[in-house]
Design a protein around this ligand. Sequence first.
Ligand code: ST9
Ligand code: ZN
Ligand code: ZN
Length: 340
Amino acid sequence: APNLIGASALFLDEATRSGESPIKQQHQVVRPKRTPQGPQYSWNIVWRNVLGMLYMHIFSFYGLYLLFCVCKWKTFFWSLFLTIFGAQGVTAGAHRLWAHRCYKAKLPLRILLAFAQTIAFQNDLYEWVRDHRVHHKFTDTDADPHNAQRGFFFSHVGWLLVRKHKDIMTKGKTVDMSDMLADPVVRFQKKYYLLLTPICCLLVPMLVPCYYWNEKLYISWYVTTILRYTLSLNGTWLVNSAAHIFGTKPYDKNIGPTENKFVAAIAFGEGWHNYHHIFPWDYKASELGYKLNVTTSIIDFFAWMGWAYDLKTVSRDMIERRSKRTGDGTRSPTQSEELL
Ligand code: ST9
Ligand code: ZN
Ligand code: ZN
């Protein structure tokens, strides 16, 4: 059964005071300082990344054509499977397990999730989690790797195309990552990432259809690899862009992140982002049960198996009090009851 954390205020204060535990420290939030004239940015472009992203996005359209008009149906389902499996490595793994420690996972589950996250090719777990903890601590400031104050494009993909703002490096150093380095699964993936990720994300996904059902190599490359990877990346990036710009703010109207159903549906439950930024330790990343939240059901499944345990969540009373105090009034008081 999920373990209810009954006093968020206490939890946050304690984390702020001690500043020691990586699990508590990641829940500190530093509010953005806004200047009236707005900051100036230099875009130090990394052309290798720009060319890579251009190639992927342009050839994804060809992949779309092949997907609907040419490829075998098994190739379609193989791509779908890779999308869902890889996404769980990001949502249930990198995000809810490693970045926020919303629950604990036994070794076999950690290996499975790290493998899935390698298929997703979104940087190694260590780098992903570091950027994400820094994003939560310095949300929508220059120290946020995908600062949504710099607009939709920057927070969506632009941040991967330019050198990072110096604040990310300097302030990012204050985020404790020792728990990550203590995990042998994380260390292994980090050490061999440059070898593992091209194999898991590009090569094997492409070769399986050719070997098992005689798909043509070029079809498999454009559909299973290029299109699937590009769509998965865009689905993930929407959490940083759309769910920081469009939507309601039932839990805290003073922050950028929003509740966005469209993103929740596409990103397997990660679009309930106003809630998530206020209660980042909740393994459900929303208060709405399984509503547009496949990831929560996957974690519950592993909890039922005994591979996931110590699931953390938030009491309804605490959510209600917070919503009344800082929300924008769009939270329906009955919505969580209906779904429980
Ligand atoms: C990708 C990641 O797409 C997406 C993450 C999205 C997160 C979303 C979260 C929402 C929830 C999840 C939703 C999932 C939904 C799934 C749905 C699926 C359908 N703190 O980076 P460097 C220091 S990746 C502290 O090289 P540059 C550090 O010392 C896509 N320090 O900076 C570091 O050295 P080291 C594929 C930090 O040179 C040094 O700075 N990958 C931090 O400015 C240099 O770091 C790519 O495209 C920090 N946060 O380069 C690759 N950061 O590492 C993109 C840095 O040795 N990356 N430091 O300790 C790059 O090419 C480069 O990073 C760069 C910046 C050009 C962007
Ligand atoms: Zn998060
Ligand atoms: Zn966010």
